[in-house]
Ligand binder design. Structure first.
Ligand SMILES: [Zn+2]
Ligand SMILES: [Zn+2]
Length: 121
C-alpha cells in the first residue's frame, strides 16, 4: 500500500492533538509527550518558559528592555515546580520563581516540537 504522505499530514494538522502520555523528566529538566498519533515530543523546560503564552511574558518578549530580558533568564525561571492539567486541552506549569499564569495548550506544545520531522514538515 502506498501512503500519500501529503494527504496524511494535512489530516494530522486539522486534528486537535491529544497526548497519550506525558512524562516529566526531572533529571534532564524536560517534558516528554507521546501523542495519540504515536509522535513523540521532548521539550526542555527552558524552551517552555521562553515560550510562556501568558500576557505578561508576551509583553516582555515584545519589549526590548534588556533588564527584563536578564530577569527572564534567571535560573529559577526555567525550573518547573508543578505541572497540572487544565481541562482536556492544556497544562499549566508552575515555575520555581512563582510564575504560573501560562496555560500551554496541547496544540501549542505540538507546534513547539522541534524534532526533525516537525521542523521539515
Ligand atoms: Zn508567563
Ligand atoms: Zn515532532
Amino acid at each position: 500500500m502506498t501512503l500519500n504522505l501529503k494527504y496524511v499530514m494535512k489530516i494530522t494538522l486539522m486534528t486537535p492533538h491529544r497526548p497519550k502520555d506525558m512524562t516529566w523528566l526531572e533529571k534532564t529538566s524536560e517534558f516528554s509527550i507521546t501523542w495519540e498519533d504515536s509522535h513523540k515530543t521532548v521539550l526542555p523546560f527552558t524552551a517552555l518558559r521562553k515560550e510562556c503564552p501568558c500576557a505578561l511574558c508576551r509583553a516582555r518578549r515584545e519589549s526590548s528592555n534588556p533588564f527584563q530580558f536578564v530577569s527572564e533568564t534567571a535560573p529559577s525561571s526555567s525550573l518547573a515546580k508543578e505541572i497540572s492539567p487544565v481541562g482536556h486541552y492544556a497544562i499549566k506549569i508552575e515555575w520555581a520563581d512563582g510564575h504560573s499564569s501560562g496555560i500551554y495548550t496541547f496544540e501549542m506544545l505540538r507546534k513547539l516540537c522541534s524534532c526533525p520531522q516537525c521542523k521539515h514538515g
